[in-house]
Design a protein around this ligand. Structure first.
Ligand SMILES: Cc1cc2ncn([C@H]3O[C@H](COP(=O)(O)O)[C@@H](O)[C@H]3O)c2cc1C
Ligand SMILES: O=C(O)c1cccnc1
Length: 338
């Protein structure tokens, strides 16, 4: 299992990415061309099937084991009035996940995913990013490794999710520091804040950018200075999944923001990822463009927890059902194109 012993190990793992199995993808494309339908008529479902074939290394990929993991963390900047909810909701929602009562419990169940919850030092919020680094190097490494360790070895599709009151604030800061622009470009209404809170949130992000921008020369530094524990854990999990060639379905604004520092330095990091949806968070579309990902769905969801990924997993399931289950023209004795 991959372990990030030092910041350099993490940044090094990002420079040394395994690629998909082209032979398996090609074999899947040959099969796809023989199925009883006009070429291309299943649209993006065809592309999804080939994508999963390449990462699973199988002509007919399977989806028996989908793993959803919700990472939870608390944020010092929540004390700045940037969320519509109090910080104690993070721990209360973790209890709700354990009791089966959250949206992700229902939606993971509906798509047939296993669900695990990883709470990261909830009684030790990160520091306010407008005042200093969010975490120490040691704490950031611990979060990255907790993420890497949470990816089950045998899963066929990984769905990272998050819970952390205030976390759309560091997410916006990470986007700006990774892709340019300022708070006005990346800050949105998160859990549903009013205009006064929106102004406070923009100020926190602009102050954080001014404070840290001169020392953001690596993906690790970005995550350590401007991220949060659950955000770093998602980054570690998505990088670890890549090293095991496990495809990832990325959820909303915060999960995509966890990708931003890695994509800033290594755009190819998103190669094993599908974007589940475009969320209702105003900057998510811009973020998806920067990551060069086209979302599968746009349902005006703006929840997080991995909820959009769990819904989109049903699309992936449909893609693989068609790819693996259909008859070929020859098997069905149907005449091909003239
Ligand atoms: C009850 C509840 C459940 C949630 N589940 C996800 N989030 C989402 O909202 C938070 C981010 O929004 P902000 O930055 O405005 O705080 C994160 O916890 C995110 O996962 C929730 C938020 C609440 C209140
Ligand atoms: O896009 C998301 O995942 C999101 C948006 C707002 C609040 N929580 C999550």
């Amino acid at each position: 299992m991959i372990r990030f012993a030092t910041p350099a190990t993490f940044d090094g793992a990002l420079r040394n990415l395994p690629m998909a199995d082209d032979a398996a993808r090609d074999a899947a494309a040959v099969r796809q061309a023989q199925l009883t339908k006009p070429a291309g008529s299943l649209g993006r479902l065809e592309e999804i099937a080939l994508f999963i074939a390449g990462w699973q290394g199988a002509e007919r990929p399977a989806l028996d084991r989908i793993a959803a993991v919700v990472f939870a963390g608390n944020h010092g900047c929540a004390a700045r009035g940037v969320s519509a909810f109090p910080a104690e909701v993070t721990a209360q929602m973790v209890a709700n996940f354990h009791n089966g009562g959250a949206a992700i419990n229902a939606l993971a169940g509906a798509c047939g995913a296993s669900l695990a919850v990883v709470a990261l030092d909830l009684d030790r919020p990160t520091d306010d990013i407008a005042q200093g680094p969010a975490m120490s190097e040691t704490d950031c490494l611990a979060a990255l490794n907790a993420g890497a360790a949470a990816v089950p070895d045998d899963c066929q599709l990984f769905l990272p999710g998050e819970m952390g009151i205030g976390n759309t604030t560091p997410a916006a800061a990470l986007c700006a520091a990774s892709f340019g622009g300022n708070a006005a470009d990346w800050v949105g209404k998160g859990s549903g804040i009013d205009d006064a809170a929106l102004a406070r949130k923009r100020a926190v992000v602009d102050e954080a950018l001014a404070l840290h921008s001169s020392d953001c020369g690596s993906a690790f530094k970005l995550l350590q200075r401007l991220g949060g524990r659950e955000i770093a854990a998602m980054a570690g999990a998505m990088l670890a999944a890549r090293h095991r060639r496990i495809p990832v379905l990325i959820d909303g604004f915060i999960a995509c923001a966890a990708m931003a520092p890695m994509a800033r330095f290594t755009p190819a990091i998103t190669g094993h990822c599908l974007a589940a949806h475009c969320s209702g968070e105003s900057a998510h579309g811009r973020l998806l463009d920067a990551l060069r990902l086209a979302p599968l769905l746009a349902l005006d969801m703006r929840l997080g927890e991995g909820s959009g990924a769990a819904v989109a997993a049903q699309i992936v399931r449909s893609a693989l059902a068609a790819h693996g289950g259909m008859a070929t023209f020859e098997e069905a004795a149907v005449a091909g194109a003239i």
